[in-house]
Design a protein around this ligand. Structure first.
Ligand SMILES: C[C@@](CO)(OP(=O)(O)O)[C@H](O)COP(=O)(O)OP(=O)(O)OC[C@H]1O[C@@H](n2ccc(N)nc2=O)[C@H](O)[C@@H]1O
Length: 374
């Protein structure tokens, strides 16, 4: 069995998809597209290693989906990402595909494998069936090939071809420019690339996202600190007694952020915003909440509900509950009725009862972005 590494290129900006969600993160049932495309190919061949390129800000989250994939930070261009991934390839052959081509079939891969020892690269293509006019002249359409991926290269040839510094739109162009041998095999209509949202209905291998509700839980505590304002739920609730914290100490927002991250399986607030990072010194936690909501929508979630309980003997929060609700609803772009705020004392018990600090817990509910109605 030939040793082949699979490289899946998924670090694109998804700009032409032009939705809040990036196309890489559309869910097929509960699987993000990048993992669905990867697993589709992995079921067709026992690759020695699988490498996925992703953007730096999504890397931490993508890694939570599989311990068996090598994740590599992508570059500014497809070719940059490919060259970074190739640094990790040790096998004589490499299959390079775009996660946007998610519907690859076995027969197409078999055709690529059949030619792999006869060329530097094997490339799937589609013939042109329409009449083609080039600069007002009709040209011979039989001479045209519409190139697809995945493309199967001899690793050494591909690495060498990309060293010239010239930017190519695909691997075969680079190898051809180097004088390498290119073998063409018939591709498949199904292997079309998901580029714009209107392409979705043509991707017949994609199942609709799950409609399961995903619920997360968060909890945080902060001690009082005199000499600073208290921000709670995004609202200024006291002038001279605030919270001891690296940020503004908004314990309600921190619990809410942990609940949102929990529902997505994305870890906790301290992983995203380390409390020793100068960027977050005295930061307004509303900024952190907005960043988390934007990230969650980018990676394929809709935010549907949250419920926060604040445990405090001081200050009295009833006068602020509605202001907190509307403030957080605005940041999360939620109907305020779906942002519930509760406050309770602990009947003088524990650190809250002794007025040493405030605790907050929260739940948050997410759903997968439903692309079937795009
Ligand atoms: C908001 C920030 C940023 O300014 O700081 P504060 O303003 O609260 O101080 C932080 O995100 C606030 O993170 P938070 O998670 O509440 O702080 P901590 O309780 O100290 O935990 C910090 C990090 O250490 C990890 N941690 C915590 C406890 C523990 N026994 N083992 C751990 O590994 C947590 O997973 C977390 O990622």
């Amino acid at each position: 069995m030939p040793e082949i590494t699979l490289i899946m290129l998924g670090a694109g900006s998804s700009s032409r998809f032009n939705q809040r969600v990036k196309k890489q993160w559309l869910r097929i049932e509960e699987t993000p597209l990048w993992l669905f495309a990867t697993q589709t190919l992995q079921t067709l061949f026992p690759f020695t290693q699988t490498i996925v390129t992703t953007t730096p800000d999504e890397m931490f989250y993508a890694q939570k989906f599989s311990p068996h994939i090598t994740f590599v930070e992508g570059g500014d261009t497809r070719q940059d990402s490919l060259q970074k991934a190739l640094l990790h390839v040790k096998t004589p052959y490499v299959l390079v595909s775009d996660i946007a081509r998610a519907c690859i079939d076995q027969a197409m891969l078999v055709r690529l494998l059949a030619e792999m020892e006869n060329a530097d690269i094997v490339v799937p293509y589609l013939p042109v069936v329409d009449t083609v006019v080039y600069e007002e002249s009709t040209i011979n359409r039989d001479a045209i090939k519409l190139i697809q991926t995945p493309q199967l290269s001899q690793t050494a040839s591909l690495k060498k071809a990309l060293q010239t510094g010239v930017i190519y739109t695909d691997d075969s162009s680079a190898i051809k420019a180097m004088g390498g041998k290119v073998a063409y095999v018939l591709g498949h209509e199904k292997a079309k690339k998901l580029t714009c949202k209107d392409d979705i209905p043509t991707m017949d291998c994609l199942q609709a996202p799950s409609n399961r509700a995903l619920v997360g839980y968060g909890f945080d505590v902060h001690a009082y600190e005199e000499g600073k304002a208290m921000m709670l739920g995004g609202i200024h609730v006291h002038d001279t007694i605030g919270f001891k914290a690296h940020s503004d100490g908004d314990v309600a927002i921190h619990a809410l952020i942990d609940a949102l991250l929990g529902a997505a399986g994305a870890g906790d607030i301290g992983e995203l915003f380390p409390d020793n990072d100068a960027r977050y010194k005295d930061i307004d936690s509303k900024v952190l909440l907005k960043e988390v909501c934007t990230f969650l929508r980018k990676v394929g979630f809709e935010i549907t509900h949250c419920d926060i309980a604040i445990m405090a003997e001081f200050p009295r929060l009833s006068p602020f509950k509605d202001a907190i609700r509307f403030c957080l609803a605005d940041i999360m772009e939620l109907n305020p009725v779906h942002v519930n705020i509760k406050a309770t004392t602990t009947e003088k018990l524990g650190f809250v009862g002794r007025k040493e600090g405030v605790a907050a817990s929260a739940t948050a509910t997410l759903h997968y972005y439903d692309w079937t109605h795009v």
